[in-house]
Write a protein that binds this ligand. Structure first.
Ligand code: G16
Length: 544
């Protein structure tokens, strides 16, 4: 194996966002672009010699090409072993599990998550550290800094590796192991949930289900677990084959993009339970017959019922949610007298709390829920949690949700996204909101009096690191909130997200449509940020 040092020129746009570096495939295909970023990561890590690196992605276009490039670079940079999912495939939670289980040094996960795939669409790459979780901002800032001054990268002249045959081979100083991407993950799920009860509930017909894998990574995982192990009929998993372009769709599990599932779930033939996951398998959308469960409510319901699940039967050490996620889980934590943490958007902020044992469950409004079993959010885990819950409580999803609201009140919630806004316009919206902040407290709009208006700043209670400018929050005396922030995962222009919530304690008013119940706050948000006025748009692109 001959090591080659290639001269390169830095790119100035390799600053990782909320979850790694995401760009158009064409950007990644520029000479040295992927290589520069990978070398910047390797250069920024502590000694990597003889260490083990996990490698896999969601199978989108450019996945296999990128994996071959990274294998050669990892070999040249001195790694001792690579563990790669067969076909170059690993869901994000499965990769996190493999890093932890095999005590790897870290992992590279290739995905742009829920963003579309294909030659003209998106690709992404992120580094996860030895706890299985996304690298913290300290690391990502170091990667970026290094990428601005990089002058060379290392690679080797070895042949492309056969990614499809399971087994190990030694090439020079590096061992390359291709593993089944599903079996370790399936084993982990069986150690958390009551599979015997699930099997009975499915075979008796009490639970009927539909899972939409959206032509993305969870197809093989869902088929193995839901169909082969738990015995659900094979038609229970749709769009089960991972495709490089996700069949031309957005692999984004919401009612707009998982429309096949949504149509069935809101029809007379709806099964008891329906769910979807995203490109890389870390997100989940939960529905029941004629009901959609918001991710914020789902987190609260899982927290309130966790004691019914074998792995969490002893209770939760604490819970956490990202700042824009509704306060529903806070009410559960208060009732059970456990700590509740509020972190910035981004799964990486949960890692320290999970490692320190301060929280067991965490989640985000962006269709992410997870626990201390891995250090990523986990789509199929959330699906199995809900199935286990339905099986134990012998209640349909709608009853579980309504019972929860009855007990805790309902945090009526929605998010409006304005996508691909011209960056200068988006920046001026944020700047102008910032200027208004000092004048807002004490002002009254209808029945809403502003209690505080600020920019969220997070201090990590474990390592003391501080993350500033994590979203603009306007909180009202009655607990309602409007939050504005720019997404850190888009690849075109800027995406403005507006998060709106209002607490409704009165059970007679729980069955309202969120857009109607929140209409006043939605109008107020426009009055404050003027996104429609400034962009000439009449509607958000996506409402969740
Ligand atoms: C990523 C992060 C999540 C975050 C989401 C949305 O998810 O891992 O923590 O909530 O992006 O972030 P933003 O609002 O900045 O676009 P994923 O599923 O895209 O990896």
């Amino acid at each position: 194996m001959q090591i080659e040092t290639i001269t390169t020129t830095p790119y100035n746009d390799q600053n990782p966002g909320t979850s790694g570096l995401r760009k158009k495939v064409k950007v990644f295909q520029q000479p040295g672009y992927l290589e520069n970023f990978v070398q910047s990561i390797f250069d920024s890590l502590e000694d990597i010699t003889h260490k083990t690196l996990v490698l896999g992605g969601d199978g989108r276009y450019f996945n296999r090409v990128a994996i071959q490039i990274i294998i050669k670079m990892a070999a040249a940079n001195g790694f001792g072993e690579l563990i790669i999912g067969q076909g170059g495939l690993l869901s994000t939670p499965a990769a996190s599990n493999i890093i932890r289980k095999y005590q790897a040094f870290g992992g590279l996960i290739l995905s742009a998550s829920h963003n579309p795939g294909g030659p003209d669409e998106d690709f992404g790459i992120k580094y996860n550290v030895s706890n299985g979780g996304p690298a913290s901002e300290t690391y990502t800032e170091a990667f970026y800094k290094r990428s601005l001054s990089i002058t060379e990268y290392k690679t080797t002249n070895i042949q492309d590796i056969d990614l499809d045959s399971i087994g190990s081979q030694q090439i020079g100083n590096i061992k390359i192991t291709i593993i089944d991407p599903v079996s370790d993950y399936a084993e982990l799920m069986q150690s958390i949930f009551d599979f015997k009860l699930l099997k009975q509930s499915i075979s008796s017909g009490y639970i009927t289900l539909l899972f939409d894998a959206m032509s993305a990574i969870t197809g093989p995982y869902a088929k193995r677990i839901l169909v082969d192990i738990l015995g659900a009929p094979s038609e229970s998993v749709i769009n089960a084959e991972p495709l490089e372009d996700f069949g031309g769709h957005h692999p984004d599990p919401n009612l707009a993009h998982a429309h096949e599932l949504a149509e069935l779930m809101f029809s007379d033939n709806a099964p008891v339970f329906g769910a979807a996951s995203d490109g890389d398998g870390d997100r989940n959308m939960i529905t029941g017959s004629n009901i959609f469960v918001t991710p914020s409510d789902s987190l609260a319901i899982l927290a309130a019922n966790a004691h019914l699940i074998p792995a969490y039967s002893k209770g939760l050490s604490g819970v956490a949610r990202s700042m824009p996620t509704s306060q529903a889980v806070d009410r559960v934590a208060a009732k059970y007298n456990i700590p509740c943490y509020e972190t910035p958007t981004g799964w990486k902020f949960f890692g320290n709390l999970l490692d320190a044992g301060k929280i067991t469950l965490c989640g985000e409004e962006s269709f992410g829920t997870g626990s201390d079993h891995v250090r990523e959010k986990d789509g199929l885990w959330a699906v199995l949690f809900w199935l286990n819950l339905i099986a134990v409580r012998r209640q349909p999803v709608a009853d579980i949700v309504h019972d929860h609201w009855q007990k805790f009140g309902r945090d009526i919630y929605c998010r409006h996204d304005y996508e691909a806004v011209e960056t200068p316009i988006a920046n001026s919206i944020v700047e102008d909101l910032r200027k208004q902040l000092p004048t807002l407290p004490g002002q009254t709009f209808g029945e809403y009096t502003v209690k505080y208006a600020d920019e969220f700043c997070y201090e990590d209670s474990i390592d003391g690191s501080i993350s500033k400018n994590q979203g603009i929050r306007i909180g009202f005396e009655n607990g309602s909130r409007i939050v504005f922030r720019l997404s850190g995962t888009g690849t075109v222009g800027a995406t403005l997200r507006i998060y709106i919530e209002r607490f409704e304690p009165d059970a007679d008013k729980h069955n309202q449509d969120a857009q109607i119940a929140l209409a006043f706050l939605i109008d107020l948000a426009e009055q404050l940020c003027e996104v429609k006025k400034r962009t000439g748009r009449t509607e958000p692109d996506v409402i969740t």
